[in-house]
Structure formats: structure tokens, C-alpha cells
Design a protein around this ligand. Structure first.
Ligand code: ADP
Ligand code: MG
Ligand code: MG
Length: 906
């Protein structure tokens, strides 16, 4: 019999923090806290395994589950002295979701389960607090109808307004009618009446009665939490975060403790260090007489936990430290204990019931990139963690944020301020304002940069938040949903900008007397929390001393080299600043694109449209000095470092002149008729240019093109050598599939090398000769390719394209369907497909090394800057990865972490 239930509490705890896969993060940490003897209300966790069995059984509980639940409930009852469903002394519980990794707000939780006609009077008598009981009851009705009766039943509300919104509106109307400011102002009689109205509305809208039986409520809640794993929001979050569907969620059933029992009760959320800056300060927010989500929901402005947490918005509100000093002290001690135990910043939830503190959750807290960096370095300096742990503390993906643009401080001085809020997500961003998540998605699709402006966000806004360049909310604190999500993504975000009055109907925003409309442009400084009018200038984050120190430590552990893909001296210099150790891909064709390429491009076109060898050679001769100068400039910047120069790669027709003017120019230069230019251009058209006459194939047809480029490389190098420099060129032949191609080009290369040595009267001009491996056939015959190639560079973009048979330029039409239907777990052009494309790489590495043990191996596709793919490259034993300049630090860190995690790999 499979054990599905793991208990936790003061008396008996089965699990611990290591069991996240089985118990989910929340369950595992509740168990761990209970083991640490912290005040955790007793309860039990139903495993993720049970969730998966529930889905295998098409939404039925495994037979043995109910028996286990009853037994575990009996244990809670004996620990608490209360009885579930008992009219005199009723036990209430919460049903909380909790997956392996935290998915904030994505799944469901139901509080106050067990309240019903039979138990209400008993609880009133016991607590002598009728208001509290009906407040708890209306919360249960709201949550249960939404989660269990609507979402889990997959009822889609006709008017787009779910039951929860309807009930919230009823409550707001009541507050408006009676002039209540806060939820806590509603009087008991009104609360009672509201509950009855709620139940009536549920019956009308959902066609079923709100259940009045505690056991039915419990089992309904458990099933609904399981089902929330496959809810729309949870599924789309998993796609974004690449979380597999197979993990499932656990359910935690836990004794309720109440923060809404009056002035000696409270609820709060805290971080053991500041999640925005990383400073070693206890940071949090709390509300008196409130329950559960109230702090996070942003409906009331939460109080600061202590002086360190005060900000413009909350400084007039009393802190917990002032209001309940003894409890604050207890919480502060727990904070220290948890940090010492987990050796990392924790995000905690607590509730105070009539002067007693309870711990409800802890987990590794989300943080900004700056905070992650500061905390990792601080903890190393404090001696809490060692260097390897420190290096692994920073997710390479968030490094971007440390290097990301900020609002130019100079531009900020003269900018027009719109409002101020809390700095919830780092950096700067500008965009056009939109007021709904759907609009954000739509506008972003048509390539507009948008700022999503909301009253407060909720998990339903997730796609829009993702699509937006930045997020701005009128309400909510530093632990609100918007702040949490933005921090997780490193997205610029400002919350709680209270001056904003949003009208969703007219899609307008008022700040005092100023009115802004949908489509107006704002700039956000997410680091300071300031909103400006119009688009301001952005600036790259300047040199960060601490970041450098961090990366220096990471580099000590790294075994793979990191190079960059760069085609200009400027890019090369940027990459050097970021720590690149060479160029892994210099595309010679680059000099024919972009600024100042007119003359070179004209000469190239003349060469392409030449008919006779003489015509072509004449054109090449004129083109030669341009190519040589470009190559020389980059080799010079990269002195003493290897530079892989790829011979001409793209299909020639890309360069054919399109405008009449350009066509005439070519006709004149070649002394031919414009009609003849048309004819020659037409001949260059191909049905499948990506697999057409390109790369090495051009060199086979027109060896003189190849010769010109190789000569340019060698002469550029020779001139640098004569000037006392040390260029290290590596000549790379693209799109090869046969070793004889390599033999053919090698002939040209060695001849040219000899000629240049003689011409420049130098003894040596060191270089390497190699090829890209980007056609599956080449990977499979890598042993033969290595007879000629001294190095391989895996061109994983083309290798992916040709392995899958997916055209990289056309995947937009179907990739989302592949992801939505879980046929692929991620876009293989973003994250290397380790199964097949990776298999080809591994094969080529093995076979290549067999022929030439010292062959140099690298990767130069986009994957070189993708952390997961970098780990793969390390495990496969590549010598280097190469990526775009801005991704160099990401690759360096990912490679260092790979070396720490997989020390035994080559
Ligand atoms: P989430 O994963 O969205 O944070 P939780 O399961 O943590 O959801 O619960 C939502 C809120 O309800 C939290 O504020 C939590 O502290 C509160 N809560 C959950 N269980 C209990 C309980 N047994 N007693 C009091 N509050 C609870
Ligand atoms: Mg929680
Ligand atoms: Mg290619």
C-alpha cells in the first residue's frame, strides 16, 4: 500500500526539507520547521504522488486515501483538542496547494474549511466573537465557490466575471452603501446577511448549493487543489518556467489559526533579509485583525514590521516591533534560527492568534539580482557559506538584470514626474501604458513596448505581466503579487503608486488633475520607484565592483573557456570587458551589412553578378582591401586571443541588388545592359536558400572567393605580426558535410599561407584550420572530418534546424502549438535539444577526438549563452562556448556552476 500522507506538528513529523519532490516545497518546509520545534499548527501533507494517481484515475481519489485522511485528522484532533465537524468545539483547517518549486499564487488555497450551520454556533460560543466567525465564513464561501465549485468544475463564466468577482462586488457595494471604509468595519448583522446573499448568488450562478457538510467541504477542497495543478494559470506559468507537468502538487491540510480574532491577532509576511537590496535587515509587512491573503492582496496598506521596513507609504502605521514587542522578539529569534539553519534568505508567513505566534510557511525567498549578489557575497564574508555555494547562489539567467539598462540619471533630473510608488522590480524601462493583461499581450504582439498598469495584479494577469516591459500598480506593498512576480523575473516594476486613479472603462489614468490615456508613454525607474512622463534615455548599468569580485571567484572554478560572437572591433571590445577569452565566431559577411557598407556591398554585388572568371577576379581584387581591413581591426583588438573567422556563409542571392538604382549601377560597372543584370539575378534565385548554394559550396564553385578571404586573413595577420602583435586566426569553413570539401579548401589555404609568408618575409604565421559542424552528416563522420579539421565549432542553430527539419525562420507558425500540447518542452532553438542534437554533438566529440585527440571543440550557436546548454557543453567536454557579448557573463557563471556541480566531467 502506497503511503500518501505525511504528518507534521509538535507531536509527530514524518517528512523533512529534503523531500520537496514528494511533499512539495510548502509541505517539506512545514515539516522541517516542525522538526526545528517552531510553532507550526499541526497538519498533514498529501503527496504529489497521490496527485498523479488522482489524475491517472481520471479525477478519482485512490481507494486507500480516505482512510489515511481520517486517521491523520484524528491525530490532529487529539493534538488540538478540537474535533472536525463538532458542534461544540469545531476544528477548522486550511487546504493548501504546494508544488515542488514555488509557483506564487498559481494554485489554490482554501481557508476555514469545516465552518457550516452546525459548527458556527459552537465556534461563536467558544470564541465569544461573532464577527470573527462570520468573517471567516464569508471568506470560506468566497474561496470555496471560486476554487471548488467554479474553477475545478471548469465552469467558464459567461460575462467573463467569475463567482469570486461577483461576490467581491456584492461586498464592495455593501461597503459603499453603508459607508464602510475597511472590511473590518462591516458589522456582524451585515456580514451575516452577506453570507446568505452569497449562497443565494452561488445557487443562481453555479446551479449548486454551497456544501454545509464539513467532510464534503474537505474532500471537495482536496480534489480542487489537485485540479488546480491543471488550471489555466498554473499551466501557462509552467510553460514559461519550463516546469514539467509530471511533478503534480501536494495538498497540505493544516489546523487553522486566526489572525482575524481582534486587536491581539494579526497576520504577516517577512523576508529574513531585504529582497530588493539584499541588506542584512529583517524585512516585512503585517496587518492587525486580518487573515491569510490580506497582506498580499493589497486591499489594505500593510504596516511595516519594524523601522527598517518603513517607507513613504507605511511610515505613519505602527510597526509590529512597537505594537507587539514580545512577539516581534520571538519572530526575530525565529528569523535568526531559520537563516542559520537554511543558510539562505527565507520568505516566511506568520499569523498571531490572540497573542500567540504561529509559523505557516518558509521557503527560499525570491530576490532581485542585486539582492542575490549582495546576499551571496555577504554570506560568504560572514562565513555562512563557502565559495562554491556562493557561486551557485546566483541564477545565471538573472545576471542580465545586473547589466541591464537603467534610466539615465541625467535625463531623470529634468523629467516630469507622474507619481511615486514602491521600488518592487529593478532597473528602468519605458513603454506605452495599457490597462488590461489582454491588451498588454495584444500590443506586445504588434511589437509595441508596453507598461501594464493595474490597480493591483492577480495571477490571472500573468501573461500580460510577462508581455509587458514593466508593471505599475496603484496598490499593494513590497510583498504583493506584482512585486513577487516581477522580482522573480527581474522585471522593472513599481507597486503601490497610490496617486494613480485608474478608470478601466474609459482606459484613462488620472493623477490629480492630469489625465493620461491608453497609449501614452511612461518611463519607470524600478530601482527608486518613480514614474515619469514620456520616454527617457536609458543607460547601461555602470561597472559594478561587487559583481566583478563575484565573477572573479566564479572564474576560479570554471574549466571551460568563454568566447564571444563578434564581427566588429566595437563588439569585440565590449565582449573583452565582459570577460571574453577570444572570438568563437566572426562572420565575414557582416561587413556587407549595416552602416558604411555601401562601397563594399557594391563590390560584392559586382562580384556576384560577374559571369566570367576575369570579371569576378577583377571585382574580388577591389573588394580585397575592405575585407582585409575589417579582419585586421578585429584581430588587433583581440591581440593574443584566438579569433575564429568564418568564410563566407550566406546564400548569394541575399546580396542581389533590389532597387533599380543599384541595378543600373552594377550594369554600368560591368558594362552590360540592365536586362542582363535581371537575367543574372534571376539565375541566383533558389527554392530553399538555407540548404542551397551557400557556405563551402560557394568556395567549391568559385575557389577565387575563398582565396580572396583567406589571403585577407593571412595578410592582415602578417601585417600585425610585423607590427609586433600576436594574432591567432582560426579559419573556419561553414556548412560542410564531407571531408573532401575540407581537403579542397585546405589546398587553397596552405598555398595562400606559403605565399604570404614569402611575400612578407616572416618565418611563422600560426593559424588553425577547422570547420563548423552544423549538418548532421558531418557530425556522424566527424572522425573523417577531423583528418583535416584542427577544430570543430558546433553551429547548433543550423544543426537544430537540420536535425528537426524545422526552418528557424518559420517556427513562429507552429512552435507555440508544440509547447502547448507538450510535444516539446521548450523551443529547441533556445534550449539545446540534448536528446538528439546533443546526441549528434556527443557523437562528433567522440569520433573527432578518436582521430585527433587534441582537437579543439567549441560551440557558437545561440545556445552558447543559454545556461542549461552551457552545462551540457561542460558535461560533453567542449573546450569553450561562444555567445553574444552581453551573454558572456552568463556563460561564464553557468560554466563555473557546471564545473562545481559536475567536477568529474572532462
Ligand atoms: P500561497 O502558496 O498562495 O501563499 P498558502 O497556502 O500559503 O498559499 O495560503 C494562503 C494564505 O493563507 C497565506 O497567507 C497563509 O499564511 C494563509 N494560511 C494558510 N493556511 C493557514 C492556516 N492553517 N491558518 C492560518 N492561515 C493560513
Ligand atoms: Mg504562502
Ligand atoms: Mg550555419
Amino acid at each position: 500500500m502506497t503511503k500518501y500522507i505525511y504528518e507534521f506538528g509538535p507531536d509527530k513529523t514524518d517528512g523533512d526539507a529534503s523531500q520537496k519532490n514528494l511533499l512539495g516545497g510548502k509541505g517539506a518546509n512545514l515539516a522541517e520547521m516542525a522538526k526545528l520545534k517552531l510553532p507550526v499548527p499541526p497538519g498533514f501533507t498529501i503527496s504529489t504522488e497521490c496527485c498523479n494517481h488522482y489524475f491517472d484515475l481520471n479525477g478519482r481519489f485512490p481507494d486507500t486515501l480516505e482512510g489515511e485522511i481520517l486517521k491523520a485528522m484524528a491525530n490532529i484532533e487529539s493534538q488540538t483538542g478540537m474535533v472536525f465537524g463538532d458542534p461544540e468545539n469545531p476544528l477548522l483547517v486550511s487546504c493548501r496547494s504546494g508544488a515542488r518549486s514555488s509557483m506564487p499564487g498559481m494554485m489554490e488555497t482554501i481557508l476555514n474549511v469545516g465552518l457550516c450551520t452546525a459548527t458556527i454556533p459552537g465556534l461563536i460560543k467558544k470564541t465569544n466573537n461573532e464577527w470573527f466567525v462570520y468573517d471567516a465564513y464569508r471568506r470560506l464561501i468566497m474561496m470555496y465557490s471560486d476554487v471548488v465549485m467554479e474553477k475545478a468544475e471548469q465552469i467558464t463564466p459567461g460575462d467573463g466575471m467569475g463567482i469570486r468577482l461577483n461576490l467581491e462586488m456584492m461586498m464592495n457595494n455593501l461597503k459603499n452603501d453603508k459607508g464602510y471604509d475597511n472590511d473590518t468595519d462591516i458589522c456582524v448583522e451585515d456580514l451575516k446577511a452577506l453570507c446568505e446573499l452569497f449562497k443565494k448568488k452561488i445557487r443562481e450562478d453555479l446551479g449548486a448549493d454551497f456544501p454545509d457538510d464539513p467532510k464534503e467541504q474537505l474532500m471537495g477542497s482536496i480534489g480542487a487543489v489537485f485540479k488546480s495543478w491543471n488550471g489555466k494559470r498554473a499551466v501557462s506559468y509552467r510553460r514559461i518556467e519550463h516546469i514539467p507537468d509530471s511533478w503534480g502538487t501536494a495538498v497540505n491540510v493544516q489546523t487553522m489559526v486566526f489572525g482575524n480574532m481582534g486587536e491581539t491577532s494579526a497576520t504577516g509576511v517577512a523576508f529574513t533579509r531585504d529582497p530588493a537590496t539584499g541588506h542584512n535587515k529583517f524585512y516585512g509587512e503585517w496587518l492587525v485583525n486580518a487573515q491569510g491573503e490580506d497582506v498580499v492582496a493589497g486591499t489594505r496598506t500593510p504596516n511595516p514590521l519594524n523601522n527598517d521596513t518603513q517607507n513613504a507609504q507605511n511610515k505613519h502605521l505602527p510597526s509590529l516591533e512597537e505594537s507587539m514587542p514580545a512577539l516581534y522578539k520571538q519572530l526575530f529569534d525565529i528569523r535568526n534560527l531559520l537563516e542559520a539553519h537554511y543558510k539562505d534568505m527565507q520568505d516566511i508567513e506568520f499569523t498571531i492568534q490572540e497573542g500567540r505566534l504561529y509559523m505557516l510557511q518558509c521557503r527560499v525567498g525570491k530576490r532581485t539580482a542585486t539582492a542575490a549578489l549582495n546576499m551571496a557575497m555577504d554570506m560568504l564574508e560572514e562565513g555562512t557559506i563557502d565559495e562554491k555555494t556562493m557561486v551557485c547562489r546566483l541564477d545565471p539567467k538573472i545576471l542580465d538584470d545586473l547589466l541591464h539598462p537603467i534610466v539615465d540619471p541625467e535625463a531623470e533630473q529634468t523629467a516630469v514626474k507622474v507619481a511615486e510608488g514602491l521600488p518592487a522590480g529593478p532597473g528602468g524601462a519605458w513603454g506605452q501604458i495599457v490597462f488590461t493583461a489582454d491588451d498588454a499581450v495584444q500590443w506586445a504582439k504588434s511589437n509595441k513596448k508596453v507598461i501594464l498598469v493595474r490597480e493591483e495584479t492577480n495571477p490571472e494577469d500573468i501573461e500580460g505581466m510577462r508581455a509587458a516591459a514593466a508593471i505599475l500598480t496603484a496598490r499593494g506593498g513590497m510583498t504583493s503579487h506584482a512585486a513577487l512576480v516581477a522580482r522573480g523575473w527581474g522585471k522593472c516594476c513599481i507597486v503601490g503608486a497610490g496617486a494613480l486613479k485608474i478608470n478601466f472603462e474609459t482606459k484613462e489614468l488620472r493623477v490629480g488633475t492630469r489625465v493620461f490615456k491608453e497609449g501614452d508613454t511612461f518611463t519607470l525607474n524600478g530601482t527608486k520607484g518613480i514614474v515619469y512622463q514620456d520616454q527617457l534615455k536609458m543607460k547601461n548599468a555602470s561597472e559594478n565592483v561587487r559583481f566583478k569580485a563575484f565573477m572573479d571567484i566564479a572564474d576560479k572554478y570554471r574549466t571551460m573557456q568563454v568566447r564571444t560572437n563578434a564581427d566588429t572591433p566595437e563588439d569585440a571590445m565590449t565582449a573583452l570587458d565582459f570577460g571574453a577569452q577570444g572570438i568563437g565566431l566572426f562572420r565575414t559577411e557582416h561587413m556587407f551589412y549595416g552602416a558604411d557598407s555601401d562601397k563594399a556591398l557594391f563590390l560584392l554585388r559586382r562580384m556576384i553578378l560577374s559571369k566570367t572568371c576575369e570579371e569576378r577576379e577583377a571585382a574580388l581584387e577591389e573588394l580585397f582591401p575592405f575585407v582585409k581591413e575589417e579582419i585586421k581591426a578585429t584581430l588587433e583588438v583581440m591581440d593574443n586571443l584566438p579569433v575564429t573567422l568564418r568564410l563566407l556563409d550566406p546564400p548569394l542571392h541575399e546580396f542581389v541588388p533590389q532597387s533599380r538604382e543599384n541595378q543600373q549601377e552594377i550594369a554600368d560597372a560591368l558594362h552590360i545592359d540592365i536586362e542582363e543584370v535581371f537575367k543574372r539575378s534571376e539565375k541566383l534565385l533558389e527554392s530553399n536558400p538555407m540548404i542551397g548554394h551557400r557556405g563551402v559550396r560557394l568556395g567549391i564553385t568559385y575557389p577565387e572567393i575563398c582565396h580572396m578571404q583567406v589571403k585577407a586573413i593571412f595578410e592582415a595577420s602578417a601585417e600585425l605580426i610585423k607590427a609586433g602583435k600576436h594574432p591567432i586566426p582560426e579559419i573556419m569553413v561553414p556548412v560542410t558535410c564531407n571531408e573532401k570539401e575540407l581537403a579542397f579548401v585546405q589546398e587553397i589555404v596552405t598555398q595562400c599561407h606559403d605565399q604570404v609568408l614569402k611575400a612578407y618575409e616572416i618565418d611563422a604565421l600560426p593559424y588553425l584550420y577547422g570547420t563548423m559542424i552544423e549538418i548532421p552528416r558531418a557530425a556522424l563522420i566527424a572522425d573523417k572530418m577531423a583528418e583535416y579539421a584542427q577544430f570543430f565549432s558546433f553551429g547548433t542553430n543550423d544543426l537544430t534546424q537540420m536535425s528537426f527539419g524545422f526552418s528557424r525562420d518559420d517556427i513562429g507558425a507552429f512552435m507555440n502549438d508544440y509547447i502547448d500540447n507538450a510535444i516539446l518542452s521548450s523551443d529547441p532553438f533556445e534550449t539545446l535539444d540534448q536528446e538528439a542534437v546533443g546526441g549528434l554533438v556527443t557523437t562528433a566529440v567522440e569520433r573527432g577526438r578518436k582521430t585527433r585527440p587534441d582537437i579543439k571543440l567549441g560551440i557558437c550557436g545561440e545556445h552558447g549563452g543559454d545556461p542549461e546548454s552551457v552545462v551540457f557543453c561542460h558535461k560533453t567536454g567542449l573546450n569553450y562556448v561562444s555567445c553574444s557579448p552581453y551573454r558572456v557573463p552568463i556563460a561564464r557563471l553557468a560554466a563555473a556552476q557546471a564545473a562545481i556541480m559536475y567536477p568529474d566531467c572532462p
